[in-house]
Design a protein around this ligand. Sequence first.
Ligand code: ATP
Length: 242
Amino acid sequence: MLLSVQNLRVKYGNIEALHGISFHVNRGEIVTLIGANGAGKTTTLLSIMRLPPPEAPKVVEGDILYEGQSILGWETHDVVRKLHMDLSPEGRRIFGNLTVMENLILATYARKDGEEAIARDLDRVLSLFPRMSERRKQRSESLSGGEQQMLAVGRAIMTGCDFILLDEPSMGLAPLLMYEMFRTLKKLNELGLTILLIEQNAKVALNFAHRGYVLDTGEIKTSGTAEELKHDPEVKKAYLGG
Ligand code: ATP
């Protein structure tokens, strides 16, 4: 088991946003957390990322284990090194005053797998997102919202890490591009990348993931394989448009 969230209870001040949720991600899996607005998806990710207060929700009970070790005492930068996160849309973790190419290259700084692997991933990103290739010299802050989203996912790929957390990567992308992006992420998964995907678009998420959890107002309501969830009458009614 790569990541295990155990009975996590989380508060913002006096307001409890997660009421004791548990889920896990095995190495090599694509797991999705789906849920409506305000369900607690972002709160879950922020808790995992161990952001310092006051931005971060406070964990009041439970634990988060990475490879069996509690990460509650970790600093965010250590978590980022291990579990690369692609945050969207508020903080896409791109550097606005740098060009597209500079952002992609910067994401590789901690890699140790050599130039060949980096060049291969760069090729992959630029062919996945030809728009990034066209805009490689453009300052990132002047990209459109959807283009910044592509760059954020591109950066996540360029880190070469083996586990990424994706927060609504589909947001702002036109459908064709979104499917293309999920296809590429699937290929990366087949090559060994483990993915935790947070999505409001349950249909897209369940077509992409192996397993999923349904989060509803701070609680896990149901879980199962993507196939099971797709055919679950409650899930169909509430999240898949009947
Ligand atoms: P969305 O899909 O709309 O982004 P979400 O599932 O990511 O929703 P969260 O952002 O995790 O939901 O919010 C969960 C709950 O916590 C909501 O009721 C929200 O109002 C509350 N919440 C989030 N951030 C804060 C904060 N900084 N202070 C107080 N309450 C917060």
